[in-house]
Design a protein around this ligand. Structure first.
Ligand code: SF4
Ligand code: FES
Length: 255
């Protein structure tokens, strides 16, 4: 499909800092190529704002290819916008009609406070990772080569699928309870399915869930919205596995 240009109206959340009261502001943008990505469109808007000597819109991004999980935006009421299985940086302007009005907001969740405009603080996810999302390996020289440890193909595939989580936070933002269970389920699963992850399995499940609760994420009530909006197709099976791992760990630690 040949690229064309569209004119759009943007309603964007502007907020000076975490303590300021924010509001939606309206901008018009002309000649946006339908071949450009959503972030390139925001670049175009910021160029226009700078030329008009106005403050550009702050938004997060790094890789711009669906890997880092930084580009977290709520677009027209959907986490990562109207396309399926893509992050905001992979969303294209061909998804929008000429003359469209597009609403752009930051993630809305108590555990992800707004820092400025569209940028939120997702360091709660980092602290959950630090609490248990790792394996300790003795590197004294006698460590077995990881490839020498046999792993059933089905387990390896499931672990790989769980490891595809990029920590973007769309699952939290889209959940009416602000639950982080899909993220934590993916992070626990990727290790629980592999022999390398068994050694610390008990502390991992307990510590990551404890940290998740401390960070103020809500409880999971199985609405399934997280799975629908996850750009990496992380399945609810990972939440079920997290619950099993947590139960096992609780029984072991109570002995
Ligand atoms: S589970 Fe999906 S939506 Fe949640 S942080 Fe991981 S990639 Fe993002
Ligand atoms: S900028 Fe890295 S996933 Fe979008």
């Amino acid at each position: 499909m040949a690229a064309k240009s569209i004119n759009i109206t943007l309603k964007i959340w502007r907020q000076k800092n975490c303590n300021a009261k924010g509001q939606m502001e309206t901008y018009t943008l002309k000649d946006v190529s339908t071949a450009s990505s959503f972030l390139e469109m925001l670049d175009q808007l910021n160029e226009q704002l700078v030329n008009e000597k106005k403050e550009p819109v702050a938004f997060d991004h790094d890789c711009r290819e669906g890997i880092c999980g930084m580009c977290s935006l709520y677009i027209n009421g959907r986490a990562h916008g109207p396309d399926n299985g893509v992050t905001t940086c992979q969303l294209h302007m061909r998804m929008f009609d000429d003359g469209a009005t597009i609403y752009v907001e930051p993630w809305r969740s108590a555990a992800f406070p707004v820092i400025k405009d569209l940028v939120v603080d997702r360091s709660a996810f980092d602290r959950i990772q630090q609490a248990g999302g790792f394996v300790s390996v003795n590197t004294s020289g006698r460590t077995m080569d990881a490839n020498a440890i046999p792993v059933p193909k089905e387990d390896a595939d499931k672990a790989f699928e769980a490891a595809a989580c990029i920590g973007c936070g769309a699952c939290v933002a889209t959940c009416k309870n602000g639950s982080a269970m899909l993220f934590v389920g993916a992070k626990v699963s990727q290790y629980a399915l592999l022999p390398q992850g068994k050694v610390e399995a008990t502390q991992r499940a307990l510590n990551m869930v404890r940290q998740m609760d401390e960070e103020g994420f809500g409880n999971c009530t199985n609405t399934g919205a997280c799975e629908i909006e996850c750009p990496k197709g992380i399945s609810l099976d990972n939440i079920a596995r997290l619950n099993r791992e947590f139960l096992k760990a609780s029984l072991v630690s109570n002995k």
